[in-house]
Design a protein around this ligand. Structure first.
Ligand SMILES: Nc1ccn([C@H]2C[C@H](O)[C@@H](COP(=O)(O)O)O2)c(=O)n1
Ligand SMILES: [Zn+2]
Length: 168
């Protein structure tokens, strides 16, 4: 057997690791159109919260609507908890001061308030597909004025493969 004496080169960076956890968490979402995950990491690169978009505890996934269009109360929008909100609420830390949040989609204005108020200092997002919405415009205004940092995730690889079984 050949002995490996030097460290692996192609290990995940911290950014890749936390974004991958966010994306894996998104796979728990029941939203048929957009699955979003979020992962909060502290200054010591410890994960202190994860979440994904879904209905509140005790609200059955099969009874509330998942529609995007129609009368407001017939859509998912008044009911769904966003990934960022859930990641903050699911947090195991006493506070989130100086943490980073990794999220698949740029935070809406409501989540941005939660992020700022929780003490999180930086947002790393993957997609900004709703950049033209007033919600995201309001988010950026609040982030800029409060001095909360945000940057788009820099992908060095197009995919992070998760194999359940390693081929030997
Ligand atoms: N930053 C975000 C933005 C959106 N979400 C959730 C809310 C909905 O479940 C879904 C967006 O649905 P769409 O309008 O694209 O059909 O994503 C979130 O969790 N975090
Ligand atoms: Zn939100």
């Amino acid at each position: 057997m050949i002995q490996k004496t030097t460290k692996r080169k192609n290990y995940l960076s911290w950014d890749e690791y936390f974004m991958a956890v966010a994306l894996l968490s998104a796979q728990r979402s029941k939203d048929p159109s957009t699955q979003v995950g979020a992962c909060v990491a502290n200054e010591n690169n410890k994960i202190v919260g994860v979440g994904y978009n879904g209905f509140p505890w005790g609200c059955p996934d099969d009874e509330l609507p998942w529609a995007r269009e129609g009368k407001y109360l017939d859509t998912k929008y008044p009911f769904v908890c966003h990934a960022e909100l859930n990641a903050v609420l699911n947090s195991t830390a006493p506070n989130l001061n100086d943490c980073r949040i990794y999220v698949g989609l740029f935070p809406c204005n409501e989540c941005t308030k939660v992020i700022i108020q929780s003490g999180i200092r930086e947002i790393i997002y993957l997609s900004d597909k709703y950049a033209d919405s007033d919600s995201v415009r309001a988010s950026k205004l609040m982030l800029d004025t409060s001095g909360t940092l945000y940057r788009q995730f820099e992908a060095h690889n197009k995919e992070i493969i998760l194999k359940l079984f390693n081929d030997c």
